[in-house]
Design a protein. Structure first.
Length: 157
């Protein structure tokens, strides 16, 4: 599914719809260049889950933990990682299959650690000079042959 968001508020609403479907043990991988809206998406997701504390990118701390109404949210930022081994040293795999939902910025730095079935959110700015606030957001469920993921239309509905 691909959606064009025209504002931060629209991006937050889309993230909230994904949050409504999320359940403990899920991983949401957020792809996109610097400034494309990954942390903005996480802010909308967390707000929908009842998090009231400020949501910032954990670029230097590598992970923030937020307490949602139903379960914890583990917010990772792998931007500074140089290898999969560094991500393994963080113990992130324990959070990926844990009691909360993990949101991972820059997941391409450690794709091998993500579970086969996870959400992928790809954000990009289609026309930076003409419409710098617009984001093209693609959401789909990565899965293997055995996985029966819910239809993406449920996220957009």
């Amino acid at each position: 599914m691909t959606i064009l968001s025209h504002s931060v508020a629209e991006t937050h609403r889309l993230a909230a719809k994904l949050a409504a479907q999320a359940k403990p043990g899920e991983v949401i991988a957020l792809f996109g260049d610097l400034g494309n809206g990954k942390t903005t998406f996480v802010q909308g997701f967390c707000a929908a889950c009842g998090v009231t504390s400020p949501i910032t990118s954990p670029t230097f701390t590598l992970m923030h933990i937020y307490r949602g109404r139903q379960w914890p949210i583990y917010h990772f930022d792998f931007y500074r990682l140089q290898s999969v081994a560094e991500a393994q040293a963080l113990g992130c795999e324990e959070y990926f299959d844990g009691d909360g939902v993990a949101l991972v910025e820059w997941p391409e730095r450690a794709l091998a650690l993500l579970p086969p079935q996870h959400w992928q959110v790809r954000l990009r700015i289609p026309d930076f000079s003409g419409a710098p606030n617009e984001r093209e957001i693609k959401i789909h469920r990565a899965s293997n042959e055995e996985t029966k993921a819910p239809p993406l239309a449920e996220v957009a509905a």
